[in-house]
Design a protein around this ligand. Structure first.
Ligand code: PEP
Ligand code: MN
Length: 350
């Protein structure tokens, strides 16, 4: 169910409706929009009696939401969600394209700083790097853990870049939520429902990667798990799905971009690095992603890909990243977007 408030409803009226919903034993999710606030109701088994709700002051109407995902749906919030990063001009969603760049893994301080310096100079606003790595083999590099988080915090301090890194499990989630600006939930954890719920209890943006064989509905239901706990800042990320095709590591499903944008207000990024697994495919598919209307890209960049401890073959060189940024800047206006170059930090991160 969805309670649509009148455009002129006061914060007190919105608050009173939320309290009424919670008193009934349900959960209220106020979602402010450009024109009016809508309040999603979850936790109800069947129909909520709409009669009394419609009588409350400031309420315009009460609507039934028939889709399985509710808070992620455009039925609940018509306009695109724009995620802001306090103290900076960076956003994810909306007109400005978001570029998240960096190595697959933080390997050591020198490597991380060398790459960060180059992606910052090329105009990225977000730096990525794995601290806790979900590796296919238990014998390969598993990440530096807390040490990597500390290095990335120093990088944020030095270059202003906002930090995106993956949480693998409950333990790493607490650390990532403490140190990073965006909590990444990897493809392999897309349906780790207890981890999703726990992630939803933080008030920090979450980058949710599509599962290796997840349908669009499953993908949105996973976003719903996070949102149902009160964290509405979810960024979706297409990263390729498993198909019979073997010319690339996965098959990058760009058609999911317009499909998601039709159904959901959440931002959708594209990861052409994991999506193809091949360095030579990364630039063309990144260009295509932006042309298809994606809200930005996540791309792996390494200064010495042949020596990388993970995902070297798909990591682009820093000079390729510069070229990519120049290309995206040209494509952006064709699809009514803008590529900001560089991040402006106006205050210390809150
Ligand atoms: C990553 O971004 O480094 C990663 C492991 O991605 P995915 O979960 O999409 O495989
Ligand atoms: Mn990787």
């Amino acid at each position: 169910m969805l309670v649509v408030m009148k455009a002129q409803a006061t914060p007190e009226q919105i608050q009173a409706v939320c309290e009424y919903i919670e008193k009934l034993g349900f959960r209220a999710h106020p979602l402010p929009g450009a024109q009016r606030t809508a309040i999603g109701i979850t936790g109800n088994k069947g129909e909520v009696d709409r009669g009394n709700l419609e009588e409350l002051s400031g309420v315009a109407e009460v609507i039934r939401v028939s889709k399985a995902y509710k808070l992620a749906s455009r039925d609940v919030k018509e306009e695109d969600t724009v995620i802001r990063f306090p103290g900076t001009d960076a956003t994810i969603g909306g007109r400005d394209l978001a570029v998240i760049a960096g190595p697959c893994s933080i390997e050591n301080r020198d490597q991380a700083f060398a790459i960060a310096e180059q992606v910052a100079a090329a105009g990225a606003q977000f730096f990525r790097g794995g601290a806790f790595k979900p590796r296919t083999s238990p014998y390969t590099f598993q990440g530096l853990g807390l040490e990597a988080l500390r290095i990335m915090a120093e990088i944020r301090e030095r270059y202003g870049l906002r930090i995106v890194t993956e949480a693998l499990d409950n333990e790493s989630l607490d650390l990532v939520a403490e140190w990073a600006d965006v909590i990444q939930i990897g493809a392999r954890n897309m349906q780790n429902f207890s981890l999703l719920k726990r992630t939803g209890r933080f008030r920090k943006p979450v980058l949710l990667k599509r599962g290796l064989s997840a349908t669009l509905e499953e993908f949105l239901m996973s976003a719903e798990y996070i949102m149902s706990e009160g964290n509405y800042e979810v960024i979706l990320c297409e990263r390729g799905v498993r198909t019979f095709a073997d010319h690339t590591r996965y098959t990058l499903d760009l058609s999911v971009v317009p499909a998601i944008q039709r159904l959901s207000h959440l931002p959708i990024l594209v990861d052409p690095s994991h999506g193809t697994g091949k360095r030579d495919s990364v630039l063309p598919m990144a260009r295509a992603a932006v042309a298809a209307g994606a809200d930005g890209i996540l791309v792996e960049v390494h200064n010495q890909p042949d020596k990388a401890l993970s995902d070297g073959p798909q990591s682009i060189y820093p000079d390729q990243f510069v070229r990519l940024m120049d290309e995206l800047q040209q494509i952006a206006p064709v699809v009514a977007r803008h590529l900001p170059r560089g991040i402006h930090v106006t205050a210390a991160a809150g």
